[in-house]
Design a protein around this ligand. Structure first.
Ligand code: AMP
Length: 394
């Protein structure tokens, strides 16, 4: 049988990111983005090898954008498209793995939508459009939360009244599961260890950031919670704050819940601390020029990350290695080094040259000789979604 092609789709409320994944090829034969959907500026961008192209699709919604995409996908795939994998943010307690999409699973995804009101409805727009356009293709949903369904109860419960959990699903779910799973499997391969017999700490550091403790292929704890706001300092998200901050700001400043919510999600994190940018590259440059806000943002980011990793180590019996991934984790030798400066008690130490070498997609070990393993592993959520889709095709 020739190598199979899977179209991977990640829908936002006004965008569709996509990649065509061929199971035998490292590079994606096709990838791109439809953006500003539902507006007169709607446009489809795609890249095939070195060739980039775009098409104005003024006013297009998700379905129209996908119908424009289909002939491009079929041409690149030589008419051989075997399935579609959809990224879905929240699977609640219903999904502990990927699932084939049908009326029953669609209903379950709709039922958990109140837990991710910004994300699941957008994911559903893409799924419904794709199911109408490609009724004969196998379509699969892969959830950001599913990998963390193996958390023990003492890690996923909040210390709030039990009825809130029982009746309203208030618990920690965790996100970035597809990435944590992919890089921990890669790390095991790189280290010639079985993934079902090794233990890892993972720092996924992109615009969103989370840590995860993984034992024998199962997530045991993770830093994000009910929503992707809990835990680390992120691009524009605050991560952990005192839960009384909401009521304090309401009392002291008269802020509404919506105002506090927008502040914590969109105006905080690296952007809020630095007063400059949510982009780590910009902050590193500004820090070199002595910018006080950028310097502080980086210090807080690394210290909070180290604290989170140390606390995640409570979930493991032993440690086979620490993995850095995501745009910052894969590229910033500075962040890796400053974070490990706080983790001496875990015995972690970097090799400065190896650390400097592992950037721009280069994977490798960066620990100093005789110290616990530290790896840089580029994530590839699209490939993992395609692999999960293929597994359900089989
Ligand atoms: P992601 O969401 O995984 O695409 O990651 C985005 C983040 O990675 C942004 O904060 C970028 O500034 C950061 N990033 C990308 N390249 C670099 C780099 N060379 N050095 C530092 N940060 C980087």
């Amino acid at each position: 049988m020739s190598a199979r092609n899977i179209l991977v789709i990640n829908c936002g409320s006004s965008s569709i990111k996509f990649a065509l994944v061929n199971e035998a090829e490292e590079q994606f034969p096709l990838s791109g983005l439809a953006e500003r959907l539902g507006s007169p500026e709607a446009v489809l961008h795609w890249q095939q090898g070195e060739h980039k192209d775009s098409l104005v699709i003024a006013g297009a919604d998700h379905r129209l954008a996908l119908s424009h995409l289909l002939p491009i996908v079929q041409r690149v795939a030589d008419g051989q498209l075997h399935g579609i994998g959809h990224r879905v943010v929240h699977g609640g307690e219903h999904f502990s793995g990927a699932c084939r999409l049908d009326d029953v699973s669609l209903l379950a995804i709709r039922q958990v939508a109140p837990l991710a009101p910004l994300h699941n409805p957008a994911n559903l727009l893409g799924i419904e459009a794709a199911m109408k356009l490609f009724p004969s293709l196998v379509q699969v949903a892969v959830f950001d939360t599913a990998f963390h369904q193996s958390l023990p109860e003492h890690a996923y419960r909040y210390a709030v009244p039990e009825a809130l959990y029982r009746d309203h699903g208030v618990r920690r779910y965790g996100f970035h599961g597809t990435s944590h799973r992919y890089v921990s499997q890669k790390a095991a391969e790189m280290s010639e260890l079985p993934s079902d017999g090794s233990s890892w700490l993972v720092a996924h550091l992109g615009n969103g950031c989370s840590t995860c403790a993984i034992e024998n292929g199962h997530s045991r704890d993770t830093s994000m919670g009910l929503t992707p706001l809990e835990g680390l300092v992120m691009g524009t998200r605050s991560g952990d704050v005192d839960p009384n901050l909401h009521s304090h700001l309401a009392r002291a400043l008269g802020w509404s819940l919506e105002r506090v919510d927008a502040m914590l999600n969109k105006e905080s994190g690296l952007l809020g601390l630095s007063g400059l940018s949510n982009d780590m590259r910009a902050l590193e440059q500004a820090r070199e020029q002595g910018h006080a806000g950028a310097t502080l943002a980086i210090e807080v980011f690394c210290y909070r990350l180290a604290k989170s990793l140390a606390s995640m180590s409570c979930a493991l019996q032993r440690l086979d290695g620490l993995i850095f991934t995501g745009g910052i984790g894969e590229n910033s030798a500075l962040i890796r080094s400053k974070t490990l400066d706080h983790l001496g008690l875990l015995g972690l130490k970097l090799d400065a040259q190896a650390n400097a070498r592992c950037v721009r997609g280069i994977a490798g070990a960066i620990h100093a000789h005789g110290h616990p393993r530290v790896l840089v592993v580029p994530t590839n959520e699209e490939r993992q979604i395609a692999l999960d889709t293929l597994a359900l095709l089989d």
